[in-house]
Every structure is written in C-alpha cells, then in structure tokens.
Design a protein around this ligand. Structure first.
Ligand SMILES: Nc1ncnc2c1ncn2[C@@H]1O[C@H](COP(=O)(O)OP(=O)(O)OP(=O)(O)O)[C@@H](O)[C@H]1O
Ligand SMILES: [Mg+2]
Length: 378
C-alpha cells in the first residue's frame, strides 16, 4: 500500500554547517539516513526507537510536511514524493489522517465541531450528508470516550482529553492511511493502556492502515502487526512483534526491546540444527538459529530473563545448565526477578512469584536451546 524507498532527510542547520566548515569535509548530518519499508493494507506498522532516532522526521516526510533530501514515497501506486523526478504532492492532497506528537485542537470550537469540521470542509462531491456526519462524529467520540463532552469548548479539556480529541478528528474521515505520532503520550498509565486496546480494536474493525510512532517498546509489541526498529536514522530490523522480541537481528534491537542477558562468545561448532558457543563462563547450545555462523565467529548470546529456568536443585538432565549464587531478589507483584551471579557475570531471571529464593543461596539454572538467541557481532 505505502512504499518508502531510500528516504533521506538532512537538516541544514547552522551548527551542522559550522561543523562542516570546521572539519573541512562535506559530511552531512542526516536525521533520516536512508530508510526503506512497506506498509500493507489494514496493517498497523510501527516505527519504534529512542528519542531523536528519526521517527517523526520519517512520518512527516510521508505526510508531506517535510521535504526529504532523497528518496521516493508511493501510496497505492500514486507517487507522493520522488526526489529524482521532483515530484512532491502537497500535504493536503495526500489524503492522510494525522495525529501529531504536539497535537493541536481548534480552541474556538466545541469538541463536536472539532471532529465534524474535517468532514464539513470536504469537497461537496465527497462530503457526507448532515445525518451521516453526526453518526460518524458520534462514533469517533464514542471510541475515544469523549461523547459526554461533545458540547464543551475544546479548550476546557484536560491534556489527555485533548489528545483523544485529536485522535477522534483524525479517525473521522477514515483516511486511506493514518499517521500517528505518539498519540497516547499525554495520557496517564491506566488510560494509555485502555486506549492501546481501543485503538487497536478500532484499527482492526475499520481495517485502517496506520503508521504508528512510539519510543515505548511495550506499546509497540502490544499494538503492531509489524515493527521497524530505528536507531540513528536507520532501520535496524523489521518484523512481527514476536520475531523482534525472540529473534533480534542486532545488539541494539536486543537491548532496546525489553531486557536481556548478554554474553560474548565464540562459535565452537555449527550445524543446521545446533550451534555451540563458548563464553567466559561456560558453553551455551542454541537451536533453531536463523543465520548459521561459521566456527570461530564471535557472537553475542542473548537470553531473555523469562527464559532462564531457575531451581534450587541441580537437574543434570537438561541442556545449558549452569550454577551460581542469588545476589538479589525483586518482587514486582505479578513476577519476581532474581539476579544470579556466575563469577563476574550477572544473569537476570524472571519467574512466577511462587518461586522466591533468598540472596546468598546457591542455585542452578538452565536455558532451553531454542530460547538461546545468537546475535551477529559486527
Ligand atoms: N527542524 C530541525 N532542524 C534541525 N534538526 C532537526 C529538526 N527536526 C529534527 N531534527 C533532528 O533530527 C533528528 C531526528 O529527529 P526526530 O524528531 O525525527 O526524532 P524522533 O525519533 O521523532 O524523536 P522523539 O522520540 O524525541 O520524538 C534529531 O537529532 C533532531 O535533533
Ligand atoms: Mg518524535
């Protein structure tokens, strides 16, 4: 549906120019340094990454609010932007719905009017009948839990309510593609969580296609059909939430998406079914490795805390069984974490709170080989 190819954006700000002059080289600072992705019909596609990695710049380039330095953007076969051919369709001709990080409501209008306005200003041929406008607005206010405030001036809403109003306004025109830049960032934790599910339900029910921007990895995992993990203006990996979580392609992805245990190691044997890695603290065997490394290759072993099987007794008949000492224990309500020291190494375990082992106890833990992820070291 939407295709973004080799998108680059550099801001020629004064500091960049000054440093260029100083260093005497033509190196440009790219906010987005060449990204490629495709968004499919009916998909919620997320750009995920830390602050400043280029998410908003990418989204604004798709929206037509930013003129990319290079690249090409097409929507359903229609070229929206092409640097080489000098095509740049105006933002309001692109037919997209947007909710921005810094949302803006129309302060002189009521809540109802804020949402109905985008429909009322549509060209006559496309504009729905008055009754239909009322229904569409009613529905949009319903899903954003704003129906009770329809008649209120938009300025007399809390920050979170204003954000939901911005969302309702973008939803009401049922755009071909929705662009959502951290649309839940101003909500309190509880409302944010319920809105995640509401938004996801709505997107699925209305079969909306959306690009969703967030720096919150749990939000991305819950909501997305696919995620592009961005770092310093580039995409590190694109995949389904489960793939990104269980098979991170790079160290950055493994670190950014949840917590993980890392160990550096060297491959000692590598077959299609099984790869063995020697680390400073012992051997780890991995199954189901996607990109089989060569013997002698350095790799990073990554193990999620919930995949560390902790026990007081040594089992002996399981793979990847190591021994250590509990250093700390942290109860978090629904889960408990133990940090186990193995020499200098600290391994984090996450378990059901029925398991609780005090610090100082000698313990054993194992990791199922299909839960051992090998991250290539570049
Ligand atoms: N108008 C601008 N002029 C100069 N540099 C800019 C401009 N807008 C953004 N940048 C820079 O481009 C980079 C990417 O910014 P962008 O807003 O796309 O990040 P982001 O991933 O959306 O971050 P956040 O999560 O903080 O919103 C940053 O280093 C930022 O400082
Ligand atoms: Mg941003």
């Amino acid at each position: 549906m939407l295709t973004v190819e080799s998108l680059k954006k550099s801001y020629d700000d004064t500091s960049a120019r000054a440093s260029k002059r100083r260093s005497g080289q033509g190196a440009r600072v790219y906010a987005v340094g060449g990204v490629d992705f495709e968004v499919h019909d009916g998909e919620l596609f997320t750009l995920l990454g830390p602050s400043g990695c280029g998410k908003t710049t990418t989204l604004r380039s798709v929206a037509g609010l930013e003129r990319p330095t290079e690249g090409r953007v097409t929507l359903g076969g229609r070229v929206l932007f092409d640097a080489a051919q000098k095509i740049n369709i105006h933002a309001n001709q692109r037919g997209l719905g947007m909710v921005f990080q810094s949302y803006a409501i129309w302060p002189h209008m009521s809540v109802f009017k804020n949402v109905s306005f985008p429909l009322e200003v549509m060209p006559r041929a496309k504009r729905p009948a008055r009754k239909e406008i009322e229904d569409l607005v009613g529905q949009a206010l319903e899903v954003t839990e704003l129906a009770a405030y329809a008649g209120r001036p938009a300025t007399k809403l809390s920050g979170g309510q204003q954000q939901r109003l911005a969302l309702a306004r973008a939803l009401v025109t049922r755009p071909e593609l929705m662009l959502l830049d951290e649309p839940l960032s101003n909500l309190d934790a509880k409302l944010r969580e319920s809105m995640r599910f509401e938004l996801k339900r709505l997107q699925r029910e209305l079969n909306l296609t959306a690009i969703y921007v967030t720096h919150d990895q749990s939000e991305a995992l819950v909501m997305s059909n696919r995620i592009a993990v961005m770092n310093q203006g580039r995409i590190e990996q694109i995949g389904k939430p489960r793939e990104i979580y269980t098979k991170p392609a790079t160290r950055f992805v493994a670190e950014f998406i949840g917590t993980s245990n890392f160990m550096e190691g060297k491959v000692v044997s590598a077959g299609a079914g099984e790869v063995s890695v020697d680390t400073a603290h012992g051997r780890m065997v991995a199954h189901g490795v996607e990109r089989i490394p060569a013997v002698g290759d350095p790799v990073l072993v990554s193990i999620r805390p919930e995949c560390v099987d902790l026990s007081r007794e040594r089992r002996g008949n399981v793979a990847n069984e190591w021994s250590g000492t509990v250093l700390t224990r942290a109860f978090m309500g629904d889960v408990v974490d133990h940090i186990v020291g193995v020499g200098e190494l600290e391994i984090r375990n996450r378990s059901n709170p029925t398991l609780s082992i005090p610090p100082g106890t000698e313990v054993h833990f194992s990791v199922a080989p299909d839960k051992v992820t090998l991250v290539p070291v570049d």
